[in-house]
Design a protein around this ligand. Structure first.
Ligand SMILES: [Zn+2]
Length: 148
């Protein structure tokens, strides 16, 4: 009998969903303006486009297109080592409209402007209650996913 998977909690609530089961993708949590339908990430109460007060919560992605990116060699949460020499940071255009900035997974030579990426979760650490504390990032699609 296998151990149940540890519970996962976001590093900060309100930014992304954590799937309950396998095969489900996490989603970013955004807002859609009730008046002009502009979509935002992260969530907001007042529309930045028309200043209407009143938005509805929407789930975004999970896929987007890499608008631009760079590669960093300074530690992120102290995790750089010989195996992980750096990490990408990019701006991703979501199909709903927002352009979001995110850490990217994948090697430097895998990243290309215009490529499709998918939201993914990474375990940062385990907290005092044994739960996995997760962050979001975007990753390149696998060849199988890209062919779908
Ligand atoms: Zn609006």
């Amino acid at each position: 009998m296998s151990e149940p998977a540890p519970a996962r909690v976001p590093i900060e609530p309100g930014y992304f969903t954590i799937p309950e089961g396998p095969g489900q993708a996490p989603r970013l949590l955004g807002s859609r303006c009730a008046a002009c339908a502009e979509v935002f990430f992260p969530r907001r109460v007042v529309c930045a486009k028309c200043l209407h007060r009143g938005t509805e919560d929407v789930e975004l992605g999970p896929r987007g297109t890499l608008h631009t990116w760079t590669y960093c060699h300074i530690p992120l949460f102290g995790k750089l080592d010989a195996e992980v020499p750096g990490y990408g940071v990019g701006q991703i255009d979501l199909p709903e409209g927002p352009r979001v900035q995110s850490v990217l997974s994948g090697a430097r030579d895998e990243l290309r402007m215009g490529m499709e990426l998918e939201l993914d979760l990474e375990v940062l650490r385990t907290d005092a209650e044994g739960r996995e504390v997760v962050i979001y990032r975007f990753r390149p699609l696998t060849p199988a996913e890209a062919g779908r």
